[in-house]
Design a protein around this ligand. Structure first.
Ligand code: ATP
Length: 233
């Protein structure tokens, strides 16, 4: 990563009870371009995202968002200091309408043109503002979750498997939008589909058994001779 980084994670470890899930993980997220986090099921990707978002406690190590240390901050304060987190489950309020879901996202910073930008990015959401979020398709629900996170105007957007459960015909569109987004802001994308991850992000790291085993430019990682060894089931 060249230039100032948006997020600096230094030797973070984390546990579920006595079982260690992260071992001295370090990473830098570039201010623009995006970082893809790869690895097979159980490698620790979601645990790492939760630790960055503050849903899990780091047992060791330090984390900096820009110049501010966030290691000890609770989730809510991390969100307020600029982390937008879209968890794997998507996290939309199923009973609320699309519009109401988006309102929740913009509560903290109501004055901005962020809403226009989200509508331009995902025009489908604009046509479904009064629909109950629980009745959206998988892809629409992911768009809503991303849109809602963007309305908080984050400095860093964390996307945990944004294409999971999304119909193949919509994945391309979603990936294109995320690729455009990563050109202008800091973003981490956890993604099982290698080609897609490398289209969205300029940097990549691979995890295995709670450790970072490969990292570098997206092209370099995509053609790394060891890559398949770490991704194959
Ligand atoms: P996936 O792609 O399947 O989500 P992942 O790379 O995100 O995989 P994690 O979900 O972070 O992996 O899991 C990392 C390790 O931590 C696994 O060994 C998993 O079994 C363990 N783990 C995850 N959640 C818990 C939990 N709530 N309690 C105990 N162990 C957990």
């Amino acid at each position: 990563v060249r230039g100032p980084s948006a997020l600096d994670v230094q030797e973070v470890s984390a546990f579920y009870g006595t079982s260690q899930a992260l071992f001295d993980v370090s990473l830098l997220v570039p201010a623009t371009g995006g970082l893809a986090v790869l690895g097979r099921n159980g490698a620790g990707k979601t645990t790492l995202m939760k630790t960055i978002a503050g849903e899990m406690k780091a047992a060791t190590g330090r984390m900096f968002l820009g110049k501010s240390e966030i290691t000890a901050l609770p989730t809510e304060q991390r969100i307020r200091s600029g982390i937008g987190y879209v968890p794997q489950e998507g996290a939309v309020f199923a009973k609320l309408s699309v519009r109401e879901n988006l309102k929740v996202g913009s509560l903290m910073k109501p004055k901005s043109d962020a809403m226009d930008r989200v509508m331009a990015m995902f025009p489908k959401l604009g046509t479904r503002l009064d629909q109950q979020a629980g009745t959206l398709s998988g892809g629409e629900r992911k768009m809503l979750a991303v849109g809602r996170a963007l309305l908080g105007e984050p400095r860093l957007l964390i996307l945990d498997e944004p294409t999971e459960g999304v119909w193949i015909g919509v994945i391309e569109e979603l990936a294109d939008r995320l690729g455009e987004l990563s050109k202008t802001m800091a973003l981490i994308i956890v993604e099982q589909h290698l080609d897609l991850a490398l289209r969205v992000a300029t940097h990549a790291l691979v995890m295995a058994r709670g450790r970072v085993v490969l990292e570098g430019g997206a092209g370099e990682i995509g053609s790394h001779p060891e890559l398949l060894r770490y991704l194959a089931p």
